[in-house]
Write a protein that binds this ligand. Structure first.
Ligand code: NAI
Length: 339
């Protein structure tokens, strides 16, 4: 029989970077497949799942997968469940909240999700103030400002460690472009998407993509931009009341979490799009913006320039600004009104 030390040695030899990750809302449509993908990530050695109910069940299920991480479940009904789930986490992913039904915009979710995200942000600021916090709960354009305000009020805000997850827009664009151009989606260069994460605030910069700008007609480009902006509606409609994107979102969330962990581990040139506290439009009163960032050991290492925009894209950016400004203000006002 192997001694405890030998077991420990076997374990540490295969452990590349030991990171503790918590998922809040882990038993939902996104939370479960996302937790599965995180369980398969060798950088994750400790995975804590929190939800209102069933977290222990999902955690026990995942814990039987033979990868080098321990999985624990924490419920809202146990004393200090949320605090214990979060304590000492390096990365906290938040997909808690209600999803859209047909006919709803992401903004329609605000009334319910704002309060959920507010509470979870407060607990995170208290129990894991140094963690990278990844917000999936919609409307991301408002929930990220909510988290920022909560952290600020508690004196814990680090803009380099707060991320709105917009990766789904990016992976959708890769897929949709490949369908139009009959190319391999895994090989195409990623389309740069700036702005925010809903409707017209999602601004794909097709002029910067060689394939899109040279192979597509004006009509195809317009249709592609619209499909990227409203791709989520296709899923909401097809699910017909049973929710929004969950599996593609789990893949997107896992990809982004992995990139943040790579950055923490000191890997070079880790570049991803995300909705962050950005200086780019602050003089116009827009404190958060989605764009490409380089990730590093402290979270955001560098916010990359958005590059040149075509005349049409500059017009779309004007529309995006108005909507984004309102969404951000709605989030910050929500927190201000609570204090
Ligand atoms: P879901 O309803 O299947 O799961 C949500 C989970 O959150 C449930 O298990 C629920 O019990 C849990 N929850 C609710 N309140 C909680 C609280 N206070 N603490 C802990 N857990 C709590 O919803 P789904 O499909 O997983 O979507 C979750 C969120 O993600 C929605 O707001 C949705 O709009 C958003 N979303 C974001 C995307 C993005 O690209 N950022 C893409 C798709 C969805």
């Amino acid at each position: 029989m192997l001694s405890r030390i030998a077991i420990k040695r076997c374990f540490s030899q295969t452990t590349i970077n030991p990171y503790k990750v918590s998922v809040l809302g882990a038993c939902g449509g996104i939370g479960q497949p996302l937790s599965l993908l995180l369980k398969l990530n060798p950088k994750v050695t400790s995975l804590n799942l929190y939800d209102l109910k069933n977290a222990k069940g999902v955690a026990t299920d995942l814990s039987h997968i033979p990868t080098n991480s321990t999985v624990k479940g924490f419920s809202a009904d146990e004393a200090d469940g949320l605090h214990n789930a979060l304590k000492d986490s390096d990365l906290v992913v938040i997909p808690a909240g209600v999803p859209r039904k047909p006919g709803m915009t992401r903004d329609d979710l605000f009334n319910i999700n704002a309060g959920i995200v507010y509470d979870l942000a407060k607990a995170t600021a208290e129990a894991a103030p140094n963690a990278c916090v990844l917000i999936i709960s919609n409307p991301v354009n408002s929930t990220v400002p909510i988290v920022a305000e909560v952290f600020k009020k508690l004196g814990k805000y680090n803009p380099k460690k707060l991320f709105g997850v917009t990766t789904l827009d990016s992976i959708r664009s890769a897929r949709f472009l490949s369908e139009l151009t009959n190319t391999d989606p895994t090989q195409n260069k990623r389309i740069s998407i700036i702005g925010g994460h809903s409707g017209v605030t999602i601004l794909p910069l097709l002029s910067q993509d060689e394939l899109a700008s040279t192979k597509l007609s004006k009509e195809q480009k317009d249709a592609l931009i619209h499909r990227i902006q409203f791709g989520g509606d296709e899923v909401v409609k097809a699910k017909n009341g049973a929710g929004s994107a969950t599996l593609s979102m789990a893949q997107a969330g896992s990809k982004f979490a992995d990139a943040v962990l790579k950055g923490l581990a000191g890997e070079e040139n880790v570049i991803e799009p995300t909705f962050i506290d950005s200086p780019i439009l602050k003089d116009e009163g827009i404190d958060f913006f989605a764009q490409l960032v380089k990730l590093g050991p402290e979270g955001v290492k560098e916010i990359l320039p958005i590059g040149n925009l075509s005349k049409e894209e500059l017009e779309l950016l004007e529309n995006c600004k108005d909507a984004l400004k309102k969404n951000i203000k709605k989030g910050t006002d929500f927190v201000d009104n609570k204090h």
